[in-house]
Design a protein around this ligand. Structure first.
Ligand code: FEO
Length: 403
């Protein structure tokens, strides 16, 4: 890849990471992910914003583009660390070896993290909220935006060009051949849509109140370009990604989309035997229904659909007196991601003894789910069970529509 110019003296230095690994060791990235760093050349000083980890060729890609930009040992003055997670800092020790005099600028909370992760203490300086850095003709300003994504996170704003370097904030999964939103093909635009929502649900959803607080911080700041460290640079429609993130963050407390996620699993087909009655009941009210089988569907994709949906249906059998284990795992992920308050029902079969419902009720309480009822049966469902499931699902969909 070659550096992309955002404005005079401002460049993206990017690496496309492929789909071989899981992001954070958990989340599939079938379309890869971008690691974006940025270079700013003022007349006096030069800055590199955010780094990479040595992942799928990212380090050599970034080093080679820094060479293209003639950023060498004697002319890089600062490295700005907006966020300490190792996807953006993993190669810090290798990179600063090339720049022995560089000063690392970060939030106060990042200082001990740099020490503990990389054993680096020299030339590290904490900046404060609102502080500015004069580069000569260009001014960088720092905004503390805690918990987008870790507590130490900040964003950097280039005052003259009105570019916001937002690191994880406003990011997306997916690796793209083009740098800017207005350059994407139709196919890339479609990929960006689903991969932004999945990225948000997987990585950022737990911190939605901080996202809204962070966005509010820029209410009176003109942003002409949003330059995240994952995904594309929003040049044509910076307000689109900002408003999109606002909507995604709002799903935490609602309102949400008038859609229902049906997350189901079955051992021998007896829980599955009720699925069509549930789906027909939901669809009779005309709501959008997402049907997601577990464990066949990775929790990453389940979370994406559950996050946006006002309705949630859990179909799951009892397994050895408790919940079916793959569904336990999914509900654990949903709970950690702060999925709360959904209008919910549950259905499922048991063999010689129940138990799933009791354990599900505990999740339901801790996740503050608005449970509308359940249909649980021994062995296979009766016609009466199917009718009850249809009616319960229909009532749920109606409540979702009216929410
Ligand atoms: Fe892209 Fe939270 O790291």
């Amino acid at each position: 890849m070659k550096p992309d110019m955002l404005a005079d003296g401002v460049y993206r230095v990017a690496a496309k990471v492929g789909n071989r690994d899981l992001f954070e060791g958990i989340w599939p990235i079938p379309d890869g992910v971008m690691l974006n760093s940025y270079v700013i050349k003022g007349t006096e000083k030069r800055v590199l914003i955010d780094l990479v980890k040595d992942w799928d060729g990212a380090l050599s890609a970034v080093n080679s583009q820094l060479e293209d930009l003639e950023v060498g040992e004697e002319n890089l003055d600062y490295i700005v660390i907006n966020h300490m997670e190792p996807d953006h800092t993993g190669a810090m020790a290798q990179i600063i070896k090339h720049y022995p005099n560089v000063e690392i600028l970060c939030s106060a909370k990042a200082v001990p993290l740099i020490k503990h992760f990389y054993k680096i203490e020299d030339n590290v300086r904490a900046v404060s909220d609102g502080e500015t850095l004069d580069l000569g003709g260009k001014t960088l300003q720092f905004f503390m935006t805690p918990n987008i994504h870790w507590p130490e996170t900040m964003m950097s704003y280039l005052v003259e060009d009105k570019i916001l370097f937002s690191c994880d904030g406003f990011g997306s999964f997916g690796a793209y051949d083009h740098c800017f939103d207005d350059e994407l093909t139709k196919e890339e635009t479609e990929k960006l849509a689903s991969e932004t929502e999945r990225y948000y649900a997987n990585i950022v959803s737990s911190f939605s109140s901080f996202v809204l607080r962070g966005i509010a911080k820029f209410d009176n700041v003109e942003v002409k370009m949003v330059a995240p460290s994952h995904g594309v640079v929003w040049r044509k429609e910076p307000e689109k990604i900002i408003n999109w993130y606002k909507t995604l963050a709002t799903y935490a407390q609602g309102p949400r989309e008038k859609e229902v996620a049906v997350v189901w699993s079955s051992m021998y087909g007896n829980t599955q035997a009720l699925l069509s009655s549930v789906v027909e009941g939901l669809e009779s009210e005309g709501v959008v229904v997402h049907v997601l089988q577990v464990p066949q569907t990775h929790e990453s994709f389940v979370l994406e659909k559950v996050w946006r949906s006002e309705g949630l249906v859990i179909g799951m059998p009892t397994y050895e007196y408790k919940m079916f284990p793959p569904m336990y795992h999914v509900l654990d992920i949903l709970e950690r991601s702060h999925v709360q308050g959904r209008k919910t029902m549950r259905f499922g079969s048991f063999g010689w003894s129940g138990g799933a419902q009791k354990q599900f009720d505990e999740f339901s309480t801790s996740m503050k789910l608005d449970c509308r009822g359940n249909v649980e049966y021994q062995g296979s469902p009766t016609e009466e069970d199917k009718k009850k499931a249809y009616e319960l699902a229909k009532a749920l969909a109606k409540a979702v529509k009216e929410s």
